[in-house]
Design a protein around this ligand. Sequence first.
Ligand code: HEM
Length: 465
Amino acid sequence: RVVYRNLPGKQPPILEGVPYIGGLLKFAGGPWKLMEEGYSTKGEVFTVPVAHKRVTFLIGPDVAPHFFKATDEELSQTEVYNFNVPTFGKGVVYDVDQKVRTEQFRFFTEALKKERLRKYVPQFATEAEAYFSRWGDSGVVDLKQEFSTLVALTAARTLLGREIREQLFDQVADLLHDLDDGMRPISVFFPYLPTAFHKKRDEARVKMGQIFAKVIQARRASPVKEEDVLQQFCDARYQNVEGGRQLTEEEITGLLIAVLFAGQHTSSITSAWTGIFMINSKDKDLAAAVQEQSEIMARHGPGLDMDVLGEMDVLHRNITEALRLHPPLLLVMRYAKQGFSVTTAKGQTYNVPAGDIVAASPNFAHVLPSVFDRPLAYEPDRFAAPREEDKKKPFSFIGFGGGRHACIGQNFAYLQIKAIWSVLLRSFDFELLDPVPDADYDSMVIGPKACRVKYTRRKLQPARA
Ligand code: HEM
């Protein structure tokens, strides 16, 4: 139950003893400990002073609806996500008013809808097959690194366009690396701090604009229509902005960078965790996923398309369970433009004042024992009937966020990760050489620390059931 108003009543309890600078550093370096302390001593709703700001956490499905269902006028993204502006560029996403942003998000939605995804799937499969055909008969790899490269190639092909994938990949990959490196936890608070990594980021952003301007001009002059997101953006028109004009080259570049930042590391990291957990559960979960591939090949032959990937329920649940245990986005945040009151499961009502940053944490919410049985155990079947633990309360599983700003690329991500893993499961055996690694909380998108995996190419493909 949420009521929006500015009442002076009882505010959420404050997690005391977080010093000004200490709080800032602790927060920037990963707020897990703060959340642990706050949740265990104060409950589902608590406020942490971070430098000159206040962050109010809403933890768990009883209080999460406030976060996910609020309108942009109530809980806004701009104030908390505008640290992305130097990376994405001017005139897009968090640098524009709500009316323009809504239209730009519509471009994302259209570029990622079902009929479009159907065209991207063969490209996922082709990239994955080509990539793994270059692996030897056996070898040792770090899955996170492998998938980072592969997903960058696929993203280049399906999002950035054929020209980038075929002719300009190395150049663009270097620039994206500088953009990535310029986005560090400290950049969230000080995006314009004059550091060497911010300077390189800004130079890279200018060069990206120059490269894409040429590609976009050539696209627009060509009668050929490509099957990628770039083409969608080249052809798109605003409905209610400046007489329904086309997007500028700078806007297209910015939207492409935004979609890449939303989808690339998140997908490659989730692919890595999925593999690590499946391989760690070799006799059960990996065996079940391999068996599923055999059965699907028996029904459909070796080809991969959207319908075939849609039948991979076992693999799907493995991906979801990996994402439950390790969602790559530790925090999702909003800025309270209006005060609101929130009531906990125990019936305690708190008034959150306007001006607070409000945060929900997929990582923390996903290991609450009140929501998931044996929350630290890897059990993909918790998402299958009869358990279906995610369905008991809305917003229990929030790996893709939820509600008004739920991930637009969720289906794209599942299809891509499934394509990668079905190619691998059909051709290789695996063994973990290290224990399941810890998450690396030092980066913005949280992935596994290094973990060696041994692969062996099968002499025979799995028997066709
Ligand atoms: C939003 C997670 C893949 C595009 C989100 C949000 C989460 C998320 C948690 C909500 C952010 C918030 O509420 O503030 C993930 C994960 C992925 C993934 C875990 C992979 C496993 C992708 C891909 C794309 C994408 C592949 C595009 C190709 C977007 C966009 C939004 C978004 C555009 C913004 C939606 C909005 O604010 O209305 N994602 N994402 N994501 N995601 Fe994803």
